[in-house]
Write a new protein. Structure first.
Length: 238
């Protein structure tokens, strides 16, 4: 059953240049769905639209069967949808603990809940517990990404939208991020990600969507793509 879905989305940044053209998408609850495609295909644009950062010119977005098209961004965290952008979104001059506290703003007056949520994230990612008092800007790139993902989980979302979560990371750290996604799936959290590490993302995904030139090119389960993915993406995979 789809927990988040989009139907016939057309999206532009400047009003007259369509980045997405009649794109449809759905992610099943408790599964990992990956969006792949060449640079400029509209992958990140799709995630931003699902999260309300961009308003579609046409089309509908539904969460648990209810339309969320045009919903204000600040309300998404209340719906149970979290978003981790590709570009760093930490506050480098604040400590790891302070960055995490910012992720609890919707229940910040409940100090016991704040402490419990942060403890749970630090238990999931021990490095964050070890670095609680460290300025976030002093963390490695991989640690900063872990901090961003950890912060997104503080509200216990049912859907996590991750834009290039392993970009620029060392293979060892990227592997940790992929393991985290598998762990989230085991906890019935739906993961939707855009990723350029196609082979690694393929291995952990349940379903894949391929976008080209802002349009749906293909979609299917990992098993349906096995044996044909390499040929399908030949020409734009580096």
């Amino acid at each position: 059953m789809a927990i988040i879905e989009a139907e016939n989305l057309t999206v532009s940044y400047y009003g007259d240049i369509d980045i997405l053209k009649d794109v449809s998408f759905e992610a099943e609850e408790g599964r990992i769905t990956t969006i792949i495609g060449p640079n400029g295909a509209g992958k990140s644009t799709l995630l931003k639209t699902l999260y309300g950062l961009l308003i579609p010119k046409t089309g509908t977005i539904r969460f648990r069967g209810k339309s969320i098209t045009g919903l204000k961004v600040h309300r998404f965290i209340h719906t149970g949808i979290a978003y981790v952008p590709q570009l760093r979104s930490i506050f480098p001059d604040l400590t790891v603990r302070e960055n995490l506290e910012l992720g609890t703003w919707i229940f910040k007056k409940d100090r016991k809940r704040v402490d419990r949520a942060i403890d749970e994230v630090c238990e999931r990612f021990p490095i964050l517990g070890e670095k609680r008092k460290t300025r976030a800007g002093l963390l490695s790139g991989g640690q900063q990404k872990i901090l961003e993902i950890g912060r997104s989980l503080l509200t216990r979302p049912s859907v996590c939208l991750l834009d290039e979560p392993t970009a620029t990371l060392a293979p060892r750290i990227a592997e940790q991020i992929y393991r985290t996604m598998v762990d989230l799936k085991s906890e019935k959290i739906t993961v939707v990600m855009v990723d350029q590490r196609v082979r690694q993302a393929f291995d952990v995904s349940d379903h894949l969507y391929i976008l080209e030139l802002g349009r749906n090119k293909a979609s299917g389960t990992r098993h349906e793509f096995e044996g044909s993915l390499k040929e399908m993406i030949k020409g734009w995979l580096t």
